[in-house]
Design a protein around this ligand. Structure first.
Ligand SMILES: [Zn+2]
Length: 91
């Protein structure tokens, strides 16, 4: 397993490891290498940004993306996101 040493903060790190503990996903990494070839490894996390951009990524590419892309974060898959928050509000 690749050590993740460059995650930005505790919340991001916690979300990352919680997702890994859930077994990740069956998706394939969607990040291309520097020669524009598909990675094709099993994706471990889904990343997002505030512009609605998302990508499935393996651990090395997730780490690279989090370090390189300002505002990139790990998209939670626990169903407790903003939609869940709004659905629980009364009034
Ligand atoms: Zn990859």
């Amino acid at each position: 397993m690749v050590a993740v040493t460059y995650v930005r903060d505790i919340d991001t790190s916690r979300a990352f490891y919680e997702l890994l503990a859930q077994g990740g996903t069956t998706a394939t990494c969607q990040v291309r290498d520097i020669h524009a070839l598909p990675c094709e490894k099993k994706a471990d996390v889904r990343l997002a940004d505030s512009e609605d951009g998302t990508v499935w990524a393996c651990l090395p590419h997730a780490e690279e993306t989090l370090v390189t892309v300002p505002g990139a974060f790990i998209a939670s898959q626990d169903g407790q996101g903003i939609a869940g928050f709004l659905s629980r509000r009364r009034g």
